[in-house]
Design a protein around this ligand. Structure first.
Ligand code: NAG
Ligand code: NAG
Ligand code: NAG
Length: 432
C-alpha cells in the first residue's frame, strides 16, 4: 500500500455503532448478525475502524474466492475437502445462534450457502479456541459408525479402530480432524432437530483456530436444508442486515411458511460437479436504464470450468469476471466525468468528490431484475470525502470465471432459496 493510500484510509472515519435488536419480522425467524457488530462475541477485541474492517473483509474475501473457485472448478472430493477445511478457518461473516445436545449448549454458527456441512469446535479439540461443544455433557450425543451412510458423505472419511467415523482433511500444512457426530440441534426459536449429523472438530493444526461453527446451507446431503427436509422442505430465506446499521438484526427463515408469496425468482442451476453452489443465470447488467455491452460469454454457465454466477452468503463484496466488471466500472466512471478516480484497498473506482446523482445498478437474471440500492454498492466515508464502487474484478486464479453475488450486495433484501422448485428469489426488504 502506498503512503497516499494510507493517508486516504486514515482520513476515512466511519464509526460503526451496531446493536442487536429483537425486532424480527416473523415469529420463528432466527436472528442473524454480522460478526463484527459490537454485540457480536466474535468481534476482534482490538476495535477496528470502518476502513480497517473493510480491508479485513476484503482480505478474507480473497481466501473465500479461492475456496469458491476450487469448488466451482469441480475438483474431486479429496481436493474439495481441502477447501472445506480452509473455509472453516476463513470465518464467513453472518452468524446465527444455535444449541447442540441435551441439555442444549449454546454455539454460534456462520451462515454458509456454499457449504454442505455443519461443523463445530468441540471442547477436547486440540488447536481450537477455549469454547466449544462438550459431547460428554450431552445425554443425546452419538458418534456415527463407519457403516452409516453419513460416513460416506463427509470429506476424507477415516474409520477409527472402534469403527466410528472421522473426517480428516488438510490444507497445506494444516490438517483438521472432525468426529462425525449426531445430536439434537436447536436453532434457537425452532423445534429441536434430533439426530442431526455434524462434524465435531477434534484437532486443527497449522492454521488459525475456528472462532465459531459453520452452518452449511448448500444442497449436499448433510447440509441443514437437506437434513431438515421433513420440517422445512429444503426452503429458506434470509435478510442480511447492513454493515452500517445501528439496528443490527437480520433473519433466517426456515421452511415455506412466511416466505414472500409474490417474490420474483430465477431458476437455480445445478453444477453436478459441485452441487452445493447456488448457480443462477445472469444475463446482463444495467446501470440506470442502460444495459451494458458485455459479451454473453461473461455470463455463460459451464459446469466443467465452473463458470457462471453464484449467490454466496460468505463473500463480502461482489466480484464479476473481467469483461463484466470493466464495463460496469467504465460506465460508472463515464458518469463521473472528469472527477479523479482513486483506489481504496481492493476497490479501484473511488472518488473524493461527492457523487451527486447515483444511478441504480441492476443484475439481470432470467425472470428477475435484482436492482441494488446505493447502500448495496457504494461504500462511503462518514464525512462523504471518499466513496467507492464496492465491487471488484474476479481475481486471476481458479475463480476468474465465476461471478459471485456477495453479501453486501444482498443486504436489506429477502433472498429465497427454494430448492424443491429449483428457484432463487430476491425482494427488497429493510431488515436493519
Ligand atoms: C483426485 O485428486 C487427487 C489429488 O489431486 C488425485 O490424486 C486423484 O487422482 C484424483 N481422483 C480423481 C478420480 O480424479
Ligand atoms: C489425518 O491426516 C493426516 C495427514 O493426511 C495424517 O497425518 C493423520 O494421521 C490423519 N489423522 C487421522 C485421525 O487419520
Ligand atoms: C428486466 O429489465 C429488462 C430491461 O430493462 C426488461 O426488458 C425485462 O423485462 C425485465 N425483466 C423482468 C423480469 O422484470
Amino acid at each position: 500500500m502506498t503512503s497516499s493510500q494510507c493517508l486516504l484510509l486514515s482520513s476515512l472515519a466511519i464509526i460503526l455503532s451496531f446493536s442487536l435488536t429483537q425486532s424480527l419480522k416473523f415469529p420463528s425467524d432466527l436472528e442473524v448478525f454480522h460478526m463484527y457488530s459490537p454485540s457480536s462475541p466474535l468481534r476482534p477485541s482490538n476495535h477496528l475502524s470502518w476502513v480497517d474492517t473493510i480491508i479485513k473483509l476484503q482480505t478474507e474475501d480473497e481466501a473465500r474466492l479461492q475456496f469458491l473457485g476450487s469448488l466451482a472448478a469441480g475438483r474431486n472430493k479429496s481436493v474439495a475437502s481441502i477447501a472445506w477445511g480452509r473455509n472453516i478457518l476463513q470465518s464467513p461473516t453472518y452468524i446465527v445462534k444455535a444449541k447442540f445436545g441435551t441439555p442444549g449448549q449454546s454455539l454460534l454458527l456462520a451462515l454458509d450457502t456454499s457449504n454442505d456441512n455443519v461443523w463445530i469446535p468441540c471442547t477436547a479439540c486440540v488447536g481450537c479456541g477455549k469454547t466449544g461443544f462438550a459431547p460428554a455433557k450431552s445425554t443425546t450425543y452419538k458418534k456415527v459408525h463407519c457403516g452409516a451412510p453419513q460416513c460416506g458423505q463427509v470429506p476424507g472419511p477415516v474409520c477409527s479402530p472402534d469403527k466410528t467415523c472421522s473426517s480428516n482433511f488438510t490444507y497445506g500444512s494444516s490438517s483438521i480432524v472432525t468426529r462425525v457426530s449426531q445430536d439434537t440441534l436447536k436453532l434457537v426459536t425452532q423445534e429441536p432437530i434430533p439426530k442431526f449429523t455434524f462434524g465435531c472438530i477434534e484437532k486443527t493444526t497449522g492454521g488459525s483456530t475456528p472462532p465459531q461453527g459453520l452452518l452449511g446451507l448448500g444442497r449436499g446431503p448433510l447440509s441443514l436444508p437437506s437434513q431438515t427436509y421433513n420440517l422445512y422442505k429444503s426452503t429458506f430465506s434470509y435478510c442480511l442486515p447492513s454493515f452500517k446499521s445501528t439496528k443490527f438484526s437480520g433473519s433466517l427463515r426456515l421452511g415455506p411458511v412466511g416466505q414472500p408469496p409474490k417474490i420474483k425468482t430465477t431458476p437455480l442451476l445445478k453444477n453436478p460437479r459441485r452441487s452445493s453452489l447456488y448457480y443462477v443465470k445472469m444475463i446482463g447488467i444495467k446501470v440506470a436504464k442502460k444495459v451494458l455491452d458485455i459479451p454473453p460469454t461473461a455470463f455463460a454457465f459451464n459446469p466443467t470450468t465452473g463458470a457462471g454466477t453464484i449467490f454466496d452468503s460468505g463473500t463480502s463484496f461482489t466480484t464479476l469476471v473481467k469483461p463484466a466488471y470493466t464495463a460496469l466500472s467504465a460506465e460508472f466512471r463515464r458518469r463521473m466525468g472528469k472527477a479523479k478516480v482513486v483506489s481504496l484497498g481492493g476497490f479501484d473506482t473511488c472518488y473524493t468528490v461527492p457523487i451527486t446523482t447515483i444511478p441504480s445498478i441492476t443484475f439481470m437474471f432470467n425472470g428477475l431484475n435484482f436492482t441494488l440500492k446505493p447502500d448495496n454498492f457504494l461504500i462511503k466515508s462518514s464525512a462523504g470525502s471518499t466513496t467507492c464502487l464496492a465491487m471488484a474484478a474476479a481475481p486471476d486464479n481458479l475463480n476468474s470465471v465465476l461471478n459471485v453475488i456477495a453479501n453486501m450486495q444482498q443486504q436489506n433484501h429477502r433472498v429465497l432459496f427454494d430448492i424443491p422448485n429449483s428457484r432463487l428469489g430476491v425482494a427488497p426488504q429493510m431488515c436493519s
